[in-house]
Design a protein around this ligand. Structure first.
Ligand SMILES: Cc1cc2nc3c(=O)[nH]c(=O)nc-3n(C[C@H](O)[C@H](O)[C@H](O)COP(=O)(O)OP(=O)(O)OC[C@H]3O[C@@H](n4cnc5c(N)ncnc54)[C@H](O)[C@@H]3O)c2cc1C
Length: 455
């Protein structure tokens, strides 16, 4: 519990619009997109970096927990507080500078990633990382979780675009890791240490990002296959032939079944399509057209739908977006995972999902970023039925073990947060965890920053 002296101090550095004490409003800052929730004692919304510095200096001395927060879209409970102060970065939301000639942009952490992408378009520039939450998550949250998205196959993830950072450390020190160069090997790359650190090492207050020229042409194609095996062998052929699409997504038969309960599928029913791949190429018009012609002759699909205009492409991608809401037509609850396997092992992982679904008679939906091995898994179940719940847990455990057996990772996108802490020791050895904890102790000796999260 904060003392009245501590409350007085907080009221002295944050004006009434920058601090929330009312219980009802605090609730919204105690949740994210996981099923977890907690309750902060107070929420502050700094609009200047020196407020964060004063706050952390004070919190370190007083031993008060600090939980940084972007838009709260995280799926692992990483910004869910146990107690203490939530620091919302949403008021630090300015694009500070676009350096067109340097292909660099400098932003505050509370900028919504989509807004940045739209602004950059005016300069013919492109910031590729595109988590599905791009329209509502913040760039600070994306950096702190090293968010990836559909285009990671070609363009990589958030961390690949972080050139430099400014970070407020646990004792209030401002660490200036600014960098405007696309290449820089001067000393240890400390900025990268904060990428994916889930708010445990410092509060990111400024971000220097690399940007690219905006590709001016793209085409998406939907391919339908009568079996999962056929789809997998076509994916492997695509890799073997050296194609690098910007997106390659899979939709399995359980997903198609769910979607068919809310909408009609864009092919004749008796074609009996079991798996869909959506491939997108971008670049110059000539290079994309060449790729499309080659891929159309390479693939032996049972259905092909080519989307050239923006509208046609949207229609294709709509099918992918329908999966999550439609899934609840199969069962009322889901265990959702972001297991990721090496690209050469996607076939084994997908077949394991299909086999377990049949064996336990529960819908296991596998879909998503098959191109980079990050296959989303939704195990659907009825929480009212104990048997269902047990079967879902069993499938979850077996898929986790399969992922590790295939030398994959327990999280390719969503991070560890609170949800996956119990599994981290299955993937990382004790030496690795010890070094992570030593880094944490050095930067945050009193363990005030997002304690109990990540590692
Ligand atoms: C519908 C939906 C789709 C999604 N799709 C994807 C996807 O495709 N790919 C993907 O990777 N993720 C995805 N996510 C997960 C989530 O959107 C990402 O993890 C995102 O990066 C979180 O951003 P946020 O602003 O909401 O951060 P929050 O959820 O608020 O915070 C996430 C973590 O970052 C820390 N943090 C936030 N800001 C700062 C800061 N300035 N300094 C230090 N630490 C900070 C928090 O403490 C917390 O640990 C999805 C989530 C939803 C709900």
């Amino acid at each position: 519990m904060l003392t009245s002296k501590q409350k007085k101090f907080l009221n002295s550095i944050f004006n009434p619009k920058e601090i929330i004490w009312e219980k009802a409003s605090l609730f919204a800052y105690g949740v994210d997109s996981s099923s977890l929730h907690g309750e902060p004692e107070v929420v502050v919304l700094p609009s200047k970096v020196d407020q964060i510095q004063k706050l952390l200096f004070f919190a370190q001395n007083e031993g008060i927990h600090i939980v940084p927060r972007g838009r709260g879209t995280g799926r692992a409970g990483a910004c869910v507080p146990k107690k203490g102060i939530v620091v919302s970065l949403l008021k630090l939301n300015h694009i500070i500078e676009i350096r067109k000639n340097d292909f660099v942009v400098i932003v505050e952490p509370g900028v919504i990633t989509y807004n940045l992408q739209q602004e950059l378009k005016k300069y013919n520039l492109f910031y590729p990382p595109d988590p599905a939450s791009v329209k509502f998550s913040t760039i600070g949250g994306n950096v702190a979780t090293n968010a990836g998205g559909m285009q990671a196959l070609k363009y990589g993830v958030t961390g690949d675009y972080v050139l430099g950072l400014e970070v407020v450390l646990a004792d209030g020190t401002l660490l200036n890791l600014k960098n405007f160069c696309h290449k820089n090997v001067c000393g240890l790359n400390l900025a990268k240490l904060f990428v994916g650190s889930e708010g445990t090492l410092g509060i990111i207050s400024k971000i220097y990002l690399k940007v690219l020229p905006l590709p001016n042409y793209s085409v998406s194609i939907l391919f339908g296959f009568k079996s999962l095996d056929k789809a997998i062998s076509n994916i492997l052929n695509l890799f073997k032939e050296g194609f690098l699409p910007c997106a390659l997504e899979i939709i399995d038969k359980n997903c198609l079944n769910a979607i068919s309960k809310v909408d009609s599928l864009p092919w004749e029913k008796d074609l009996n399509i079991q798996t869909v791949l959506i491939v997108k190429f971008d670049g110059t018009e000539n290079s994309v057209k060449e790729d499309i012609n080659r891929v159309l002759s390479l693939f032996s699909a049972d259905v092909s739908i080519v989307g050239k205009t923006e509208e046609e492409q949207e229609k294709i991608w709509e099918l992918r977006r329908k999966i999550s809401p439609a899934a609840y037509r199969l069962k009322p609850a889901k265990l959702s995972e972001d297991f990721t396997v090496p690209r050469g092992k996607i076939g084994e992982f997908l077949r394991a999902g299909e086999r377990l679904s049949n064996q336990y008679d529960l819908p296991v939906l596998t879909f998503g970023h098959v191109g980079d091995g990050n296959i989303h898994t939704n195990i659907m179940y009825d929480p009212e039925k104990i048997e269902d719940r047990k079967k879902a847990d069993k499938i979850h455990r077996l898929l986790l073990e399969k992922t590790l057996e295939l030398e994959g990772t327990i999280t390719g996108e969503h991070g560890i947060g609170l949800l996956k802490k119990k599994y981290i020791g299955l993937q990382l050895d004790s030496n690795t965890l010890q070094i992570m904890n030593a880094i944490k102790c050095t930067l945050d000796p009193n363990n005030i920053l997002n304690p109990g999260k990540a590692f």
